[in-house]
Design a protein. Sequence first.
Length: 181
Amino acid sequence: MKKILIFFLAFCFAAISYADRRNVYEMFKEKPHIKVYLKKVDSDVDDPYVKINEFKRIFEDVHRKRIKIKFVPVDSADKADVVATVKIKDYIFRKKAMPSIFGAAAVAADTLAMKSSAKLSVDYTLTDPKTGKIITEFKNFTTNARRPVKSMEDGNKAFEFAAEKNINRFIYKAFHEQKQG
């Protein structure tokens, strides 16, 4: 039992250490705001609902709405503190998704309020505009957005929900102070 506990603690410590290497909070914590330039958004996805211009708009909107850390989208790399490059790797939309938690109660609850699901995977790369060196990368950063069918009944709405959730989680993982366990 003691060996299992030690292994579990070592595993948790390793996971926390890995997450910390990608976090750039320490680099930007003294800045009153972080100027972000979205250099490029590409997509590997051949889906009519995946719209690069929509992703760019959501990316800037989400950054502007952040409260704890203030972001300012800028229109060129020479004005930026950080340059973001994005590649949309995967997008899956299901109008009527299966429950993500199994069990009699979960299935009954999901049956009463049918959900739609949108899964979005994105590569984020942040670079230093002065040196061009990579500051941090998040590869295949994946989120699932689940909503009642009525609020996410088409792929366009679903992509917007998924993009907003994905970008918000990326900002949290990359820029917010992560608590040490």
